[in-house]
Ligand binder design. Structure first.
Ligand code: FES
Length: 442
């Protein structure tokens, strides 16, 4: 591990201050933490200071300590611990961090360091002749599976050879770093095997798309099931032993002690079918349909035991005839409420992504440019009627509550600062986003 110290006094600025945009951002960031926990913002603020000046100076550490009410030494400890913080000026076009930890070393990191020495500077932490490039050796950056690798600012470049790193350094030195695609440099997908994926070949889908059947159109909706009980039967009600007529003896109501023999056979048969379905599904690589039906309440145990007849029958009979009140069917009806759809799919329980807004006409904005919104969230926001950045920016607290409730992502809007991001995007698109936030969206 390399000793990490602050830069020499000659290069340290006398003072540091966040510019207006960053000062507003820092105020918002600090406000995200509960009272008394503002010190948790130390890493984001140090990162913002680095993004503003290119490196973390002593003055910026003092400023962050002052803003968060921390001792200077505590912020210094953080800044000197993480190699993501540059403690002295680095190349304006690229600062190449070569991982020198064992997996990368075994896969050629020493050769990459030689490339940096020959193309940038013989020594780490030194700028090249025109001050645009620098390099250093760092510890594991977490991309070991694609070793060897380097990090340049916030991007990683993996599966490197010496020749490929030389090309990458040349591109950055020429101010054309954006022409190099970060990530694996051998065409593999993320950390998938070099020859391509061998598992998880299915297209990604949401739980809802894959498992929840679409609702039938209103005209095709099945008619409400006819009452299975005689017209004279009393309304169905939850059976309890307390409702047993007083003149019914234990002899006349033997089932109160437990399910009848027939019911036990039926129940065992139903359970056997469920297990068989489960085993078959697993063998085919499919989800456990039997469990799913039970979990979503699509089919109660009572109806299964009853051969698929109307679920209310057992309860109705029980009410109409006290002697059969404690029949096996009633016993199963009592335990059926264990199926709680909320535990499985709270969004579906709330009616799914029913529109909350009227979507504006015209082309939709790319909501995925808002950090924190991925393809799935974008689809669901669109389903709610939100298709424009300006709509997101104008959300009121009540609407945020509705949206988060529907998405089942409480606190997501504030946590990822959707409103400010969307406001900036609506005002000037990606260019404005880069100007305000100092980085490209997503
Ligand atoms: S060892 Fe190099 S990224 Fe982990």
């Amino acid at each position: 591990m390399v000793a990490r110290r602050l830069a020499d006094d000659q290069v340290q600025p006398a003072s540091f201050a966040f510019n207006n945009d960053n000062a507003k951002w820092a105020e918002w960031k600090i406000g995200l933490y509960p009272a008394g926990r503002q010190q948790s913002a130390v890493i984001p603020l140090l990162m913002r200071a680095q993004e503003q000046d290119g490196w973390v100076s002593r003055a910026s550490i003092e400023k962050v300590a002052e803003m968060l009410g921390m001792a200077y030494i505590r912020v210094l400890e953080v800044a000197t611990f993480y190699t993501q913080f540059q403690l002295q000026p680095v190349g304006t076009r690229a600062h190449v961090q070569v991982c020198g930890t064992t997996p990368c070393q075994l896969r050629g990191a020493e050769g990459l360091i030689e490339v940096c020495k020959s193309k940038i500077h013989h020594d780490p932490h030194h700028l090249n002749a025109d001050g645009t490039m620098s390099w250093e050796e760092v510890e594991c950056a977490g991309a070991c599976v694609n070793a060897p690798m380097v990090t340049i600012f916030k991007d990683t470049y993996e599966d490197l050879t010496e020749d490929r790193l030389a090309e990458i350094i040349d591109a950055f030195a020429a101010g054309k770093g954006e022409t190099i695609t970060p990530g694996p440099q051998i065409g593999r997908l993320n950390a998938a095997p070099e020859g391509g994926r061998v598992v998880l070949l299915e297209e990604a889908t949401t739980y809802r798309e894959k498992f929840v059947p679409p609702a039938p159109p209103p005209e095709a909706a099945p008619a409400a099931p006819a009452a299975a009980a005689p017209a004279t039967a009393a309304p169905a009600q939850a059976p309890t032993t307390a409702a047993k007529p007083k003149d019914v003896t234990e002899e006349s109501a033997p089932a109160i002690k437990g399910p009848s023999k027939d019911a036990k056979v039926s129940e065992a048969k139903a359970e056997g079918e469920r297990k068989a379905a489960d085993t078959s599904a697993k063998a085919n690589g499919e989800p456990n349909k039997a469990m799913r039906e039970t979990a979503t309440g699509a089919e109660t145990d009572a109806s299964k035991i009853d051969g698929g007849k109307a679920p209310g029958k057992a309860t109705t009979n029980a009410t109409a005839d006290g002697a059969t009140e404690a029949s096996p069917k009633k016993t199963r009806t009592i335990i059926a409420p264990k199926a709680n759809p909320k535990e499985v799919n709270p969004v579906a329980e709330k009616g799914g992504d029913a529109p909350l807004f009227v979507a504006p006409e015209g082309p939709a904005d790319d909501l995925k440019l808002v950090s924190g919104v991925g393809p799935v969230l974008e689809r669901r926001l669109n389903a709610l009627g939100i298709t424009r950045w300006s709509q997101v920016a104008a959300l009121t607290p009540e609407q945020i509550d509705q949206v988060e409730g529907s998405l089942n992502f409480r606190g997501r809007v504030a946590r990822d600062n959707w409103l400010q991001q969307a406001e900036v995007l609506a005002r000037g698109g990606e260019e404005e986003y880069v100007r305000v936030f100092g980085k490209k969206p997503r």
